[in-house]
Unconditional design. Sequence first.
Length: 73
Amino acid sequence: MTIYIKQGLDEAIMLEVKPSDVLADVKKKLIEAGGKVDKYTKFIANGRVVREDVPLQYQGSPKYWVGGPGVSN
């Protein structure tokens, strides 16, 4: 599936992910695509913080995410 991650004022980054991927896989793909991730980065989808340990398919992950150091929970 394709997701789009918006970080601050930058353009949205498109990533191809599998429903079985966890957030660590998404972060790795985001770094490879030129995105920035640090230990303070939170990812929000459907108004909730995406959990690290649960596959995307069980989190009801939408197509559009917000992520970045400026995003807090």
